[in-house]
Design a protein around this ligand. Sequence first.
Ligand SMILES: *[C@@H]1O[C@H](CO)[C@@H](O)[C@H](O)[C@H]1NC(C)=O
Ligand SMILES: *[C@@H]1O[C@H](CO)[C@@H](O)[C@H](O)[C@H]1NC(C)=O
Length: 510
Amino acid sequence: MWFPRCVRALLSVFIVTSSLNVFTALSAAKQPHIVFILADDYGWYDVGYHGSEIKTPNLDQLSASGVRLENYYVQPLCTPSRNQLMTGRYQIRTGMQHSIIWPCQPYCVPLDETLLPQLMREAGYSTHMVGKWHLGMYKKDCHPTKRGFDSYFGYLTGSEDYYDHIRCAPITPLNLTRCALDFREGEEVATAYKGAYSTELFSERASRIIQTHKSNKPLFLYVALQAVHAPLQVPERYLTPYSFIKDHNRRVYAGMVSAMDEAVGNITSALKQSGLWENTVLVFSTDNGGQTLTGGSNWPLRGRKWTLWEGGVRGVGFVASPLINQPGSVSRELIHISDWLPTLVNLAGGKTKSTKPLDGFNVWNTISKGHASPRLELLHNIDPLFEDTSPCNGNSWAHSGFNVSIHAAIRWSNWKLLTGYPGCDVWFPQPDSDNSESKILEMHSLKPVMLFDVEKDPEERTELSAKFPTVVDYLLGRLSVYQKQALPINYPDEDPKCDPGPEGAWGPWA
Ligand SMILES: *[C@@H]1O[C@H](CO)[C@@H](O)[C@H](O)[C@H]1NC(C)=O
Ligand SMILES: *[C@@H]1O[C@H](CO)[C@@H](O)[C@H](O)[C@H]1NC(C)=O
């Protein structure tokens, strides 16, 4: 117990120490290694400790030894969550409030944003990234190695093949779909990994970085796994325990989750074997809710990936570390993916002075000691361009006035307000249960403004706007304040120059 407190005490002493050399030398010895594992499209009901039929012994044990975050939020999509993780700022601040970055769109997280790995590097860390970037790549300045990572091994876009690492994407202005490699080692195209299943490839690479890490510097390792995003692909051996699952998608998905669970186990073992574990903080998080179209489940939450319902934004997440003051606890405090930047940089003894104003909070005392969260409010998003690309039952809003026709949601204390069409709004049945299809197709009367008490009603079943008009007014007012601060949406047309040709690889073209 005394050790982490001691680290903090030392850090505060260092902050007032005038000699920079003393600061660097001593703090370097105490700075924790930080390993951040991000899963892709991993649903609320897909982890063993939420009751899933999918087995995740490593995630269950690791989280049980740390702190499970049960009131933890992410963004509903890949790029937005990663953007907020890396900047500590809401999407409205970067003009990236709409959708993901498609391979041929010429933009990336604005280059005047300071990213998490840059701050870790400034604090004296070795910084490494393995896996999916998806924060823009049209020019080299946007790439991970130009934005704070010493090394990079992975892919720049999303949803590629797990084995051949080929990503097929439309190039609209050329009226064609291009299938090309998306895999890099540093800034170079890497062709040598064809055939290797990415979950194994990435966990091996992460383990190697850990094993070869020189312990005179603290380590910051960001592992953005491809698992468990579609396409549904997994080596046969992971499927064997799941013959009892009748639904094909769910069965393959379950195998993919098992592979991911093993990957997390392997990375943790590498940390333990290399002696780094005693001074490591490991964060595990999903990037958004599960995709029910490809095997994921967020039961009993409403909606799914791509929506502002809890099924899209309430994320699986935990922290495991011998440095936690209250190991083995469950946190029900409000925490958001934008909180990691200030939290981790502070843990690292670094500074957030060079960032633009942060939306994230330092939540380390909330996680480690069970203190109340400093976060009282959470802007889920405001996206005036939102369209659900695969509406589940045809619901959509006829756009009338400004405010409430816009796809937006905000959380304050126990309240969550949604405006516009939040996206596919059904309660998908528990996997492998006998709930009938008709339940999926049930129509719901959505209102342009909806209020839920998500503390009492996490399933968003009882709409309360008529009962609490003052709460509604207050939260609509907060949304207007945020909307006034929002940058115009940056969502450029595809640039045909992106085309790598049939033999090339996706990569920078500008
Ligand atoms: C796009 O390609 C398809 C198939 O090759 C063709 O039928 C269609 O006319 C093309 N459209 C345009 C706008 O060129
Ligand atoms: C985990 O490590 C074992 C032993 O090295 C290896 O056989 C297995 O493929 C690894 N699993 C993953 C997902 O990397």
